[in-house]
Design a binder for this molecule. Sequence first.
Ligand code: ADP
Ligand code: ZN
Length: 438
Amino acid sequence: MEKKYFQPEIETMPVEELLKLQEEKLIKQVKYVYDNNQYYKKLMDEKGVKPEDIKCRADLAKLPFLTKNDLREAYPYGLLSKPLNECVRIHSTSGTTGKRVVAFYTQNDVDLWEECCARAIVAAGGGDEDVCQVAYGYGLFTGGAGLHGGSHKVGCLTLPMSSGNTERQIQFMQDLGSTILCSTPSYAAYLGEKLAEMGLTPDDIKLKAGIFGAEPWTEEMRRNIEKSLGIKAYDIYGLTEISGPGVSFECEAQTGMHINEDHFIAEIIDPETGEVLPEGEEGELVFSSIDKEAFPLLRYRTRDLCVLTREKCPCGRTHIKMCKPKGRSDDMIIIRGVNVFPSQIETVLLKKGYTPNYQIIVDRINNEDTFDINVELSEENYRKLHETDGEEAAKRDLLAAMKTMLGIRPKLHLLAPKSIERSEGKAVRTIDKRKLHD
Ligand code: ADP
Ligand code: ZN
């Protein structure tokens, strides 16, 4: 039977009560971490903060931050707060921005995490009659395991495909009647492309919804996937350090992702000064895990740039919403002094009818930044441009749109279909060769 919420009493809890609950958990958690984690105890001692100083939610700002560097320094066991014999699982980050870090889970941690994913699946219209195809990678990456566990908790018939083997994904999708797809958005786009290539249309499959996350994606990308697979596409956000996917998820309103505030307290800070910013302002997202036992990070700086809003949501959930993260502060590329995000390029390309297959190449030659964008053409576009000799005009038009969006002029290369490698997990959008020279 289809339910509206997975855990209604928590998901729709009055805000006052929710904040009170957070406060109680926070006070307990700070003491727990101080008593059980040498690494964080030292950071608190250095800052001159004692657990007794944390008496209310606002006191959170007194606590020291944790960064990815702390995690690397404390690797592997330094931030573990339970004896290993009480832990049942290890996951690792994807290593998108450097050395991987590991996170540990007790059984209780796994259960709470899977419940968060279950909330996301139910919010996307999932129930026990659904067939949920999990095409996130299984393994150390949290994507597969998280949605797999969530799908079980909802009672969906779970199809643990993992990523890759794209034709077989579609074959099983058809044969077994998958109704929900979970994957990275770039892999979902690839599945949509493959479906058409196999001569099929969305009418040949039963998919109704997709739960996509683990990397930044634009609204234009959402529409592209929704069209090619004939579904409604929902966003889901998370990170290994805090648990995995399901830290926040989209509801049917699709105006931001509800953060599971009974487990995580979110703050937005100024990335330069570390100062907490008021609701509605853009800054770096910081999370404190107030329920985790094995790996309970407090004030972890995600480097994701985001905005929080606590508006009343038509779905009835009361938990605060975060916008689609614009990307990590370190996804931003500074080219000739101008800040460029891959998401801006994706927006222009899809608006102009190009494929979401692109790559940004930045280099420094004779002390000057070079900025190239490879854009793959669809079969149809490729044929059209070549038959009509329209390539130069198309390039000029795209260049003008890029210049307006970015403020600087890239060099564009329109490539033949299938020339850019497809991603089965997180897409690699930028190749910054300048870093190789340093
Ligand atoms: P890594 O940090 O090595 O990529 P993770 O797999 O834990 O390891 O990735 C977490 C990061 O992925 C987040 O901090 C965020 O930057 C990105 N991410 C996850 N979900 C989303 C989403 N829905 N939209 C944008 N970015 C996302
Ligand atoms: Zn909502």
